[in-house]
Design a protein around this ligand. Structure first.
Ligand code: FES
Length: 77
């Protein structure tokens, strides 16, 4: 495969132990990232997809911070 440009992306988070964002619903940071990759753009959309934030809601700030961080990393057109 010499001469064929390719890119291998390894998400470092995949090799780390699960970090829970939402303890009530046992939702990990990776699950929130997967949800954002699938198109979620708000804490409500993350809640609808994963359940995170649906009980005590103490994790919503953390979810918003993850969403903000991912927005900052997204390329603008
Ligand atoms: S920690 Fe997420 S709803 Fe309670």
């Amino acid at each position: 495969m010499l001469g064929v440009p390719y890119l291998i992306v390894i998400r470092r988070e995949r090799f780390l132990p699960a970090m829970y964002v939402c303890v009530c619903r046992a939702v990990t940071e990776n699950e929130v990232h997967d949800c954002i990759t699938a198109g979620a753009r708000s804490a409500r959309q993350v809640r609808d997809a994963t359940g995170a934030g649906g009980d005590c809601a103490s994790c919503v700030r953390k979810i918003c911070a993850i969403l903000k961080r991912s927005e900052d990393l997204m390329p603008t057109a």
